[in-house]
Ligand binder design. Structure first.
Ligand code: GUN
Length: 286
């Protein structure tokens, strides 16, 4: 069994982005800028945003976090986004999800300028991804594809089973795999007999947020396991959706939690933000 080391690869990507930022600064006189909107006090969201901010600092981005109270109005968030859309110092806009119940999330995500949509959540970018066109791709599934590439794992013709059908992870993961010529199956909360499906996986992708959902009797011998879950046990330990101790005895490759997919998400956010800055710099020259 071999570990897919997302921590090591994310550091390599971070170094490349850092170099890219220096070059960008020389050619344009400015640095890429990322704006983050964080609403409420969700502990996980606060932790993610803090990690993203630190990563921005490490590579030399300008970054700003708009922290808003839990009871914020739709209009107030929309006004902030409109302002960021117009701000030439902001190249990327990230709305940390989930937003509180009173907010229409779809409307918020649709308001983000697609050329600044570094999370790839705007329907314009979702459409480009499903049709196989270049655009912004959600950071977590993009990070998974980079990790597979790093280890020379080609998904072409492989049976890829994705467990979880969220807009953030499962659906874009499936689109990326399909675009790379894999045979793709998506399982979700209403899937009957999950084991029947997961046992057929050459590569299994799991991102649902349920501790120990995938046990060793659910995976084929020598399968490749990509654990996209992040959960905290009662004792505060960080774990994924896969029973790592037992499944790792049976598979050929596995991503650990922490240190697998998680750091890749942040690396891809940096990479998407630099890409946005380059696109927006070209637009300014026009
Ligand atoms: N909430 C959980 N994951 C993510 C993510 O990748 N991006 C954003 N914006 N919010 C999230």
């Amino acid at each position: 069994m071999q570990i897919l080391d997302g921590k090591a690869l994310s550091q390599k990507i971070e170094e490349e982005v850092k170099k890219g930022v220096k070059e960008f600064k020389i050619s344009t006189g400015s640095v890429p800028g990322l704006a983050v909107v964080l609403v409420g006090h969700d502990a996980a969201s606060q932790a993610y945003v803090s990690m993203k901010k630190k990563a921005c600092d490490r590579v030399g981005f300008y970054s700003v976090t708009h922290e808003m109270p839990e009871d914020i109005s739709q209009e107030a968030i929309e006004n902030t986004i409109t302002m960021m859309n117009k701000n030439p110092n902001i190249d990327g806009i990230l709305i940390q999800l989930p937003l509180p119940a009173q907010i229409d999330t779809t409307k918020i995500l649709e308001l983000v300028d697609p050329s600044k949509d570094v999370d790839g959540f705007h329907p314009y970018n979702v459409g480009r991804l499903t049709t196989g066109l270049d655009g912004f791709v959600p950071c977590t599934p993009l990070g998974v594809m980079e990790l597979l590439k790093e280890y020379n794992i080609d998904v072409k013709g492989k049976n890829c089973v994705v467990v979880g059908a969220s807009n953030i992870v499962g659906k874009p993961m499936a689109s990326l795999l399909l675009n790379a010529n894999a045979t793709v199956e998506i399982c979700h909360i209403f899937t009957d007999d999950l084991t029947k499906h997961t046992l057929g996986a050459d590569i299994l992708f799991v991102g649902v947020g349920v501790i120990n959902l995938i046990k060793e009797n659910m995976v084929k011998q020598d399968a490749i396991i990509i654990d996209i879950g992040i959960n905290r046990t009662e004792s505060g330990k960080l774990v994924g959706d896969v029973d790592y101790e037992n499944v790792s005895q049976k598979c050929s490759y596995i991503t650990p939690v922490p240190g697998g997919v998680g750091p890749m998400t942040i690396a891809m956010l940096l990479s998407n933000s630099l890409k946005a800055a380059k696109i927006n710099a070209k637009e300014k020259i026009k």
